[in-house]
Write a protein that binds this ligand. Sequence first.
Ligand code: NAD
Length: 462
Amino acid sequence: MKAHDGIYLDGAWRPAAGRDVIEVVDPADEQVIARVPAGDAEDVDAAVRAARAALPGWAATPPAERAARLTALRDVLARRKDEIAETVTAELGSPPAFSQAVHAGLPITVAGSYAELAATHSFEEKVGNSTVLHEPIGVVAAITPWNYPLHQIVAKVAPALAAGCTVVLKPAEDTPLTAQLFAEAVHEARVPAGVFNLVTGLGPVAGQALAEHPGVDLVSFTGSTAVGRRIAATAGAAIKKVALELGGKSANVILPSADLARAVHAGVANVMSNSGQTCSAWTRMLVHRDRYDEAVELAATAAAKYGDRIGPLVNAKQQERVRSYIEKGLAEGARLVAGGPKSPRERGYFVAPTVFADVTPEMTVAQEEIFGPVLSVLRYEDEEDALRIANGTVYGLAGAVWAADEAEAVAFARRMDTGQVDINGGRFNPLAPFGGYKQSGVGRELGAHGLAEYLQTKSLQF
Ligand code: NAD
């Protein structure tokens, strides 16, 4: 795989001060496919300075011109779609069709949505005798995970640029090649030098230096709750704004009147896609006791059919983590009806699509985020019990409700403590706010709500 041996700083690829390198591994065959620089605190400092210097010019650039750069960026991403998909498959391991449709396709849509919002959003409003100006918040530190490598980047960088902010991106260690491709695309789109900067590097080194840097005005982080908590504490001490997209343990609630087969199939597909490495995945399926056995059988059959069609997990550590959760499920008394802890292949970080039945709400597999292809099927007695179980974790990122009558599903969804709910298989909407209740995060991404995260207000009174 093609890789840059520098960091993208102030409009050009430049040698990193950090001497270490990160080896990029193809998780399907465990081979090293590229090496990228592991930037250090000095690199982060140079990138933040470049972003700071570029801020006044970019903030003063008319929104229509910012929109034009974002349109150009979307067009480059669309033109280089195949290359992006191949790169994501190489470093994340996702099957080519999924890389094309989702990993490469979704960021084009999101970049396009922010090109449009930059052009149409009202950055000024009248409130009584005041004019309220919506101004860019400043220099943004974007720290992203590997699970949707390009989407996570675009969901932060596109709204930040639309708002008039400048950015330093520290992408995940496992997927830096996609981030480098994105930097190339920004360059090709003729975004002015310093407006976007990329420092590849390790989380506790480059990531931490970036989150702590006094020249950063907003830290936008997606990743684990543990790291998010730490970033929020650091930012809080510096009175700095944070946006956090963290973990999830979402409930797929199948009400007694629902089309069971449809709900179960959609639920299994949702958990198995991207090998379960989706923070908003519906990893807990809640089924009424009268239909429970039928649902378990349907889920086990559906999961078995996925067999070889799902990709590996991103790395050996993640594979081990998921397998140990499966062991824990068995040890706590859950009943394995598909998959299991044994690796299905000799090579690569694969885990078989796994389904647990007889899972009770307090079990570890029903409480903690596994981030792998593991579904837990839980039994409820009545609607109140279903609601208690659905809301009974520290997370609240997403969820689903199924019922014969849409209004019945909506009534249940209104009582769920979560940021997004799909009603009877409702489609993903790239303009709908995405983000968590409770420990799933702070702030929202996507659409106008995502743009608002990067703006601050100034009121002029007349
Ligand atoms: P992670 O928290 O370890 O890493 C995320 C990013 O933070 C990476 O770029 C990493 O290098 C960086 N990082 C690590 N330590 C840091 C530190 N001390 N200071 C600053 N930055 C640091 O998470 P991960 O392993 O990449 O991703 C898996 C986790 O992320 C899962 O728990 C998943 O739920 C969560 N996630 C959430 C969402 C969401 O939208 N809510 C999306 C994707 C992943």
